[in-house]
Design a protein. Structure first.
Length: 276
């Protein structure tokens, strides 16, 4: 029997699957479904994205709403259209750190040792982890919007633009995820990932215009707010949901999304290769 005849049969079938063009997409979706199934089996994992958005919205609306709107002769009803897009940004951004924590925990449990032995692309487990957490972000968005509508919030710029705003914050969350994926691979413990993430999250979210207008802040904080990506995301959300300046906030937000993926996705993949 000739060598040419033997060649096809001696090629491992899993190598063919791994080298197939865009096979990593299928593999990533499969691993994303694994994360979704894990959420279904452990629904309490959604507790933070279910109750936290409602608590934040009600807390800031009724604690600060009367004081902020009352200065202009209004009530908390007048504060709601400004607040809800900001709290939506805050809630989804906070929920992204769960990706890095879960990834670090999987490494500690040896889950990625199993992935390493499988005939899959190296990037697939990371992309799968990011895509799998989409369910968490969507849950946060839906819960918060339902609560907002129950309180009287409406899309003043039309339903289409309102849905586009929800899509924008979801896309930003998927971009920001790569920062926590990288940290989850670089730090030794899940507690360390969570601690570092909170140190980054609080200046980003509370040092922005999520809760108040930038003009009401002290001068030194205004300087930070004006370069803060969360400020531009919140402005873009408000522009889409209730009207207002949109072009600059949207373009800056899209630029930040591209930059986050371009910088941290390669860093995360490199850290994953070193760790495995």
């Amino acid at each position: 029997m000739s060598t040419a005849t033997l060649t096809p049969s001696t090629t491992p079938q899993h190598a063919v699957r791994r080298n197939r063009p865009f096979a990593w997409v299928e593999q990533s979706l499969t691993l994303a479904w694994r994360n979704i199934v894990r959420i279904r089996q452990n629904p309490e994992a959604l507790a933070d994205v279910t109750f936290q958005p409602i608590i934040f919205l009600l807390l800031f609306l009724f604690v600060f709403g009367g004081a902020i709107s009352g200065q202009a002769g209004g009530t908390w009803h007048d504060y709601l259209p400004f607040l809800l897009p900001g709290v939506l940004v805050q809630s989804v951004v906070f929920s992204t750190l769960g990706t890095g924590v879960a990834l670090n925990d999987d490494f500690a449990k040896g889950v990625f040792d199993r992935f390493r032995s499988l005939p899959i692309a190296r990037v697939s487990p990371l992309v799968g982890a990011v895509l799998g957490d989409t369910v968490r972000y969507l849950t946060s968005i839906v819960i918060l919007m339902v609560t907002g509508f129950a309180l009287g919030f409406r899309f003043e710029n039309g339903v289409g633009y309102g849905l586009l705003a929800c899509l924008l914050v979801l896309a930003f969350a998927l971009s920001l995820c790569w920062v926590w994926v990288w940290l989850g691979l670089k730090l030794k413990t899940a507690q360390g990932v969570q601690g570092v993430a909170f140190l980054v999250m609080f200046p980003l979210t509370f040092g922005s215009n999520i809760f108040v207008q930038t003009s009401t802040l002290p001068g030194f904080l205004q300087a930070w707010t004006k370069i803060n990506p969360i400020t531009y995301l919140a402005d873009a959300m408000r522009g889409l949901m209730i009207g207002g300046d949109l072009q600059k906030p949207l373009l800056v937000t899209l630029a930040w999304m591209v930059g986050l993926v371009a910088v941290f996705a390669p860093l995360a993949i490199r850290a994953y290769r070193k760790r495995t």
